[in-house]
Design a binder for this molecule. Sequence first.
Ligand code: SAH
Length: 219
Amino acid sequence: MGEEKYKKPRERMVVEQLERRGIVDERLLAAMRAVPRHLFVPSNIRNRAYCDYPLRIGHQQTISQPYIVALMTQLLELKPEDKVLEVGTGSGYQAAILAQLVDKVYTIERIQELAERARENLAAIGLEKVKVEIGDGTRGLPEEMPFDAIVITAAAPSVPEPLKEQLADGGRLVLPAGGHGGQYLERWTRQGEIISREKLIPVAFVPLIGEYGWPSGMA
Ligand code: SAH
């Protein structure tokens, strides 16, 4: 599979893009070292898999920049026993990183073909335990709630109401909030009935489209 030739670029990605920018969680850095990101991008652009930017994965969607994947994951402050929900499976790469850190990972994708490819990508590296659902992730996954951590990897107007309700006490939710022009990364934390919000850095994501997201005309 030419696995060897990707080792150096992957190590360089971890050191130059992640450690140097302040990613310090050792388990997360080990996960970023372990997951073969090149298997989650289309084969014709595999040589750019470890570059410092997002890449197209078809259907006008993208796999996020490695640093953003790491930052969002670090903000979730995961413990091994946490149950995690991702909205916006895309390639399955973020879900693969999550699955290195916790046992229970659920991810939802609205585009069937991407969901199916993500399932194949995850199975190819032995991560069948990740549950990939097809549907509108703005509704969450009520039958599996509550979640200790939720990550939304598409830009939402704000946190979809059902996802707030599905967040466990003490749970963390990370998302890019905002519209076409750009968004801010935000972390919402629930303590009992109180949910607090932190606004972090400016980011640029594809839109979250669904009942509690943007209308489909945004795509
Ligand atoms: N996390 C992905 C990248 C996400 S790109 C990765 O690691 O590769 C954002 C994804 O969110 C796209 O695939 C898009 O189709 C999906 N999406 C947008 N709105 C959605 C919704 N309401 N429910 C589920 N998926 C959605």
